[in-house]
Every structure is written in structure tokens, then in C-alpha cells.
Design a protein around this ligand. Structure first.
Ligand SMILES: N[C@@H](CCC(=O)N[C@@H](CS)C(=O)NCC(=O)O)C(=O)O
Length: 220
């Protein structure tokens, strides 16, 4: 099995975190340089996005959330799903809030900040959206703990890359106060960095950001 992955992509990082935590023999490789236009890549992933998991027979499984659930179904020996349905519902809720509300509010901000003529009104509106989503996520977490408390679950393999992305947004935009009111989300960085699997992904994303900034500097 192979995972076509990019170091800084929070989606690819989510799949890698599950692979590491489940101790699976999956080769992590970069997508081909022409992945956005290649017909072969489109066959693997008609959505033309990264990551994609390629099974030994050649079948492509796109979408980070689907990859994580596939790995849970196919390799249940080390499980990231809690045992009781009530806990699993909580894990799915936290994952969904992270994905549908926090992540969708973060991503446009990179584009809004990364321009010479910033649209301050659009930035303020988008930051307000993000603030609302962060409050919702914060209310679901306990400071200093995994999403479900003491057990690493599928919610954490998503929360760690998401939290790293917030770190990136804060340094990129200079809005370092973004998490000041959200202690559980803020301190989740320490939870992620302390965990061997999430910490590995965190460091890979840091390296990815350094490489991205260096290539931007070289291009400008
Ligand atoms: N919902 C997808 C999102 C994947 C995604 O958007 N990946 C980015 C890379 S971070 C991408 O491929 N964007 C398209 C592009 O760069 O052309 C998932 O969870 O895997």
C-alpha cells in the first residue's frame, strides 16, 4: 500500500497520523509532479486532490476521512475507534466540528492574508466565522487531553493537523491572539506534540512549512 502525500497538507497529515498510530506498513510517497493534470492520477482520484491511498491491487481511495475509516475497517488490530457507541458518537462529533466548521473557516484565510491588497472587511468576516467555530470546538474539548480524554482516537488524527494549521495561520497572519480565549484548543498543541504519532506528523508539517517558505522566498 502507498499513500500519496504532501508534508504540509493537513488532509495528508491526517492519513499519515492514522497510519503511524496503527503501525501500518504503508509507503508514504509524493504524488507525481503533474498530478493536477495527469490522467493516471485522475483515475486514482477523480477529485484530483491529495492524499490518495493506493491499495496493492492499484485501487485508489481518496479523501482523508474515507482513508482513515478504510484503515480502521481493514486493520482493526490497533483501533482508533472507542469501544462504546456513545464515545464513538462523541469522536465523530468532534471530527465533524473540526472538519465542517473549523477547517472550512481557516482555509480561505490563507488566501485572504496572502495578497498585496488585503480586503480587511472580508478578513474580519472570515475571522469572526473562525472564532465561532473555535468556540464550538473548544467547548467539546478538555484542556490537556485527547479528544476523548485519555485514548487516542480518529478525532485526534484530525485535530492534530488542524491545530498545526492554526499555528501556521497565526504566524503567517501575525494574528497570534487567535486562540487566547480557547484554552483547550490552544493547549491541544502540547497534547499533539507529546504523542509519538501525532508529534511525528506535527514535525513533518513544520518541515513542510519551512520548505514551502524557502521555495516561496526563492521564487520571489
Ligand atoms: N476533502 C479532501 C481535501 C483534500 C485537499 O483539498 N487537498 C489539497 C492539498 S492540501 C488539494 O489537493 N488541493 C487541490 C490542489 O492543490 O490543486 C480530503 O479530506 O482529503
Amino acid at each position: 500500500m502507498k499513500l500519496l502525500s504532501l508534508p504540509l497538507s493537513p488532509y495528508a497529515a491526517r492519513a499519515r497520523a492514522a497510519i503511524y498510530a496503527k503501525n501500518l506498513a504503508v509507503e508514504i510517497v509524493s504524488p507525481p509532479s503533474d498530478w493536477r493534470t495527469s490522467p493516471e492520477y485522475r483515475k486514482l482520484n477523480p477529485l484530483v486532490r491529495v492524499p490518495v491511498l493506493v491499495l496493492d491491487g492499484g485501487t485508489g481511495i481518496p479523501e482523508s476521512g474515507i482513508i482513515v475509516e478504510y484503515l480502521e475497517d481493514a486493520y482493526p488490530e490497533i483501533s482508533l475507534r472507542p469501544r462504546f457507541p456513545k464515545d464513538l458518537a462523541r469522536v465523530r462529533l468532534i471530527t465533524q466540528v473540526g472538519e465542517h466548521y473549523v477547517s472550512t473557516a481557516i482555509m480561505p484565510l490563507f488566501g485572504l492574508f496572502d495578497t498585496r491588497n488585503r480586503d480587511e472587511a472580508a478578513i474580519t468576516a472570515q475571522l469572526a466565522k473562525l472564532d465561532g467555530a473555535l468556540k464550538q470546538l473548544n467547548d467539546l474539548l478538555q484542556p490537556g487531553a485527547y479528544a476523548l480524554g485519555t485514548q487516542l482516537t480518529t478525532a485526534d488524527v484530525w485535530l492534530a493537523p488542524l491545530r498545526y494549521t492554526l499555528e501556521g495561520l497565526m504566524s503567517f497572519s501575525g494574528r497570534t491572539e487567535l486562540l487566547d480565549r480557547y484554552d483547550a484548543v490552544r493547549s491541544y498543541a502540547d497534547v499533539a506534540r507529546r504523542d509519538p504519532h501525532l508529534g511525528r506528523v506535527w514535525r513533518e508539517m513544520e518541515d513542510g512549512l519551512k520548505a514551502f517558505m524557502a521555495s516561496r522566498a526563492a521564487a520571489s
